[in-house]
Design a protein around this ligand. Structure first.
Ligand code: PEP
Ligand code: MG
Length: 564
């Protein structure tokens, strides 16, 4: 945060949740770092005790903050609190003190080494490095007798500006006082981004130069467009506020089943990952669940959950949705979501390795137990249970999955379309299974050969990329020829304008974070099916993602513009 910026300027980033916000910038100040005047340790035992006390203090304060949070947000803080008491970490610090390092140097170095180790593991584990840095900063504050760093108490509504934000910090934010979040670093699939979207706070990540703004500077952000105006004029603020009000009114008036104004039905469903999500989604006006990411039950555990534990979890989640449809995706681990209990050996390219259904090659038992648990949960509840496999690439894989699922007693079996091979062979796949669901996050990653966890590659991963749209068209044509339903459950489904294009391509359901459903429903209800088809044709003809969006935008009814 060297230079400061006060001039009127517009910055861009990647919006990870929709909405508009205006307010003063509240900068999260950098962590204190090591004590520059510290002396080498002359009494490593006494210094070790001081470190233990500081870590225990930080752990206790994280646990206290966790008490006020939902189960899911609390679990992130609890995990960081546990890291503070990790025996290996304390041992590493003792070793450094023993070599005569100063106390803050020893803590700083030990946590840095631990974080580097997680970063080298990549993906999901690498994201946990942010939690370790959060722990390091809080511990250094405690050791140096400084006030805790991180989020301060706010007396007025603010827009939070940070170089990076730990998930532990994000989980504690109050949407009443934190009206928006702007992060200089980070990709759209980071933990921080997911938590912010869950809290419904308009958030933009990857906003280059945002940390150069001065404290208290007025900011106006439009997360839907991924734009921030620094030092906006009164007129610009007024315009944004008007848009926000219009949007709010349209969202309030949106209810019921999803359909275009001339009656083409598109089921609007929720993406969920936990029981907390399920309970929140069940309170919303939606038509069921289009993607239950079951891997959240498996990650961060030493052993797989038992059959009975899985039956209990699935039964609870299915029960929340009465007689509605609940599409469950079987375990999608591997790559950025490694499992402690499934040894895949060293994979040079984990995203191209044994992830998703391919995990069966090494741990078939995991799928068998999961299918048995789902079949038992189906018996226990009224929900229409649909079960699909992730990362399917061949008909043999679909056949194997369908046979196992039917033998377990499951009735509605599907596959996700996440790799180009599946999109191209959608018709043949749908001769084997009953439905398909396009996972646009991975379909974009594999079509464009661009790592979805890398914020720098976000433009390639844009689902408006003509090649990604072509892939979806091929998949939809395959589904139409087979007469079976095809939905979308990747992030693309939550973009109201793209939802119209997908409708024009012939999808029959859209699944997304529940907070995005109202805008998509409103956009659909204000558009007719022929226009959606024209939009799809235009988008497919474009030569860039930007051109695709701009040309579709031009065709949209002016009535839906406040939603975009
Ligand atoms: C997808 O790939 O679009 C998808 C829905 O699955 P996930 O994001 O969990 O990989
Ligand atoms: Mg996927």
């Amino acid at each position: 945060m060297g230079k400061t910026m006060t001039e009127h300027i517009t910055l861009s980033g990647i919006g990870v949740s929709s909405g508009i916000a205006c307010g003063k910038a509240a900068l999260i100040h950098p962590a204190p770092g090591r004590d520059p005047d510290e002396l080498p340790s002359v009494d490593p035992v006494a210094d070790g005790e001081r470190v233990r006390a500081a870590l225990a203090l930080v752990s206790a304060s994280l646990l206290k903050r966790a008490e006020k949070l939902s189960e899911e947000s609390a679990s992130i803080l609890t995990a960081t609190a546990q890291l503070a008491l990790d025996r290996g970490l304390i041992k590493a610090i003792d070793k450094k003190l023993g070599k005569g390092q100063g106390i803050t140097q020893a803590v700083d170095e030990a946590l840095e080494e631990y974080a580097q180790m997680l970063k080298n593991l990549g993906g999901y584990m690498a994201e946990r490095a942010t939690d370790l840095y959060d722990l390091r900063d809080r511990t250094l504050c405690a050791l140096r007798g400084l006030p805790d760093c991180g989020i301060p108490e706010f007396t007025e509504a603010v827009i939070l500006v940070a170089h990076d934000l730990a998930p532990a910090e994000t989980a504690t934010l109050d949407p009443e006082t934190v009206r928006g979040i702007l992060i200089e670093e980070g990709g759209p699939t980071s933990h921080t981004a997911i938590l912010a979207a869950q809290l419904g706070i308009p958030t933009i990540v990857h906003v280059k130069r945002i940390c150069e703004v001065t404290e208290g500077e007025m900011l106006a952000l439009d997360a839907t467009a991924g734009k921030v105006i620094v030092s906006p004029s009164a007129e610009e603020i007024e315009k944004l506020k008007e848009r926000a009000q219009q949007r709010e009114k349209m969202l309030t008036n949106s209810s019921g089943e999803g359909a275009t104004c001339d009656g083409y039905r598109v089921k609007l469903l929720a993406n969920i990952g936990t029981l907390d999500d399920a309970q929140r989604a069940a309170q919303c006006d939606l038509e069921g669940v289009g993607l239950f990411r079951t891997e959240f039950l498996f990650l961060d555990r030493a052993e797989a959950p038992s059959l009975n534990e899985q039956i209990a979890s699935y039964t609870q989640i299915l029960s929340a949705f009465g007689e509605s449809r609940v599409v469950v995706r079987t375990l999608d681990a591997g790559a950025d979501k490694p499992l402690n209990f499934a040894d895949l050996g060293r994979e040079a390219n984990p995203a191209l390795g044994r992830r998703g259904l391919r995990l069966c090659q090494v741990r078939e038992d995991l799928l068998d137990t999961q299918l048995a648990a789902l079949a038992a949960a189906q018996e226990n509840t009224q929900a229409q249970l649909w079960v699909m496999a992730p990362m399917v690439s061949t008909c043999e894989e679909a056949e194997c999955f369908a046979t196992k699922a039917r033998n377990a007693g499951l009735k509605k079996i599907g596959v996700m379309i996440e790799v180009p091979a599946a999109a191209i062979c959608a018709r043949q796949l749908l001769e084997i299974v009953d439905f398909a669901s396009i996972g646009t996050n991975d379909l974009a990653q594999y079509t464009m050969a661009a790592d979805r966890t890398d914020g720098e590659l976000a433009p390639l991963l844009n689902p408006w990329q003509p090649a990604v749209l072509q892939m979806m068209k091929i998949a939809c044509e395959g589904a139409q020829a087979s007469g079976k339903p095809i939905g979308v459950c990747g992030e693309a489904g939550g973009d109201p304008l793209l939802a119209l294009v997908l409708t024009g391509l012939g999808i029959t359901s859209l699944s997304m974070a529940p907070s995005k459903i109202k805008a998509v429903r409103a956009a659909l209800s204000l558009s007719d099916f022929t226009t959606c088809q024209q939009m799809a044709a235009l988008a497919l003809k474009a030569s860039s993602a930007q051109e695709a969006r701009v040309s579709v935008h031009k065709l949209a009814s002016p009535a839906i513009l406040p939603l975009l």
